[in-house]
Design a protein around this ligand. Structure first.
Ligand code: FES
Length: 176
């Protein structure tokens, strides 16, 4: 705590130890709860990461740093595990996930252009990125198993096929 009464780490008046952007403050109590549950346990890393992913919907950097201290595994190693498994994400996910199939059948029918149009409409960097408003996460994916509808995207459980880039704005409107 500094003289202004604010936490030295995150700059807000919470009790967290978050060193990220104050806007992305996470509930560190939940992190400590999970860490305490696995205290002294052999092979605790994966169960801890799984629980953090379930609780926060992603693996916040501040939480991973605490994990590193608690189970005495270097942060770089934990980061390596977190980025290796597709189940884990390091950024908050959007309310809806858009998966663009880049499998062969979809690719030859223009899924690359569909993907490019989504990047433009959503104003994101590329696969794995989430829109500024937290509405959508865009992902490139392998064959979705409905090649007859190529090129295909899914938004959550909804499937859209035989697309052209100009279909994208109207599809996105349905989710606002
Ligand atoms: S290649 Fe796209 S659904 Fe199979």
């Amino acid at each position: 705590m500094n003289q202004t009464g604010l936490n030295d780490n995150c700059g807000c008046n919470c009790s967290c130890t978050n060193t990220e952007n104050p806007a992305s403050t996470i509930d560190m109590e939940k992190v400590y709860e999970i860490l305490n549950k696995h205290k002294g346990q052999q092979g605790a890393l994966m169960p801890i990461l799984n629980e953090l992913q379930d609780v926060f919907g992603y693996l916040p950097e501040g939480a991973l740093k605490e994990v590193s201290k608690a189970i005495d595994i270097p942060y770089a190693e934990i980061y390596g595990v977190a980025t290796f498994y597709s189940r884990f994400t390091l950024k908050p996910r959007g309310e809806h996930t858009i998966s663009v199939c880049l499998g062969t059948a979809c690719y030859v029918k223009g899924s690359k252009e569909i993907f490019a149009r989504l990047v433009e409409e959503l104003d994101v960097e590329g696969s794995g990125d989430t829109t500024e408003d937290g509405k959508f996460t865009l992902e490139a994916t392998r064959c979705l198993g409905c090649c007859g509808l190529a090129p295909v995207i899914t938004i959550d459980e909804d499937v859209y096929g035989k697309l052209v880039p100009d279909d994208i704005p109207n599809i996105l409107k349905k989710y606002y």
